[in-house]
Design a protein around this ligand. Structure first.
Ligand code: ZN
Length: 148
């Protein structure tokens, strides 16, 4: 057991909880991981890019490189704490809501809006290749402001 009184110093109510979440996900609760988990899971569900999280970390005086942010986001994703939503080859968002749902992507604002899973229906899906099964279907509907 580690010394909880020390890790719980700045946010006594939340930090031990996030520490437990990280442990349960099989991740060692390092200071950086706990700090980033706080930024990600401290409020309502949301979608963040690595660059956004990097900006938030700097503002909160959490000193981590963008490379560390990428690594941590991918570790959280692998551990099932985050869902990755790829908008294109260059841009991915990490969703703190890992439940089944889809997204609008607002192109002019580079922002994602949730779509409940039940509001998208598929008339026909191809069979999964032999020996495979569909794990999930991600729908990203790109939208932009109507002119005027
Ligand atoms: Zn979402």
């Amino acid at each position: 057991m580690t010394d909880r009184s020390q890790t719980a110093r700045s946010h006594p109510s939340r930090k031990p909880c996030l520490t437990a979440v990280l442990r349960m996900a099989g991740l060692r609760p390092t200071r950086q991981r706990v700090a980033l988990a706080e930024l990600l899971f401290g409020g309502a569900h949301r979608h963040v890019s690595a660059e956004q999280l990097h900006g938030e970390a700097s503002q909160s005086h959490v000193n981590v490189s963008l490379a560390t942010i990428y690594n941590t986001l991918h570790q959280f994703h692998e551990a099932g704490l985050l869902r990755e939503v790829a908008v294109d080859a260059a841009r991915s968002y990490f969703d703190t809501d890992t439940s089944d749902h889809h997204h609008f992507y607002v192109e002019d604002e580079q922002r994602m809006i949730d779509i409940p899973a039940a509001s998208v229906e598929f008339m026909k899906l191809p069979e999964a290749p032999k020996g495979m099964e569909v794990s999930h279907v991600d729908v990203v509907i790109r939208v932009r402001k109507t002119p005027g």
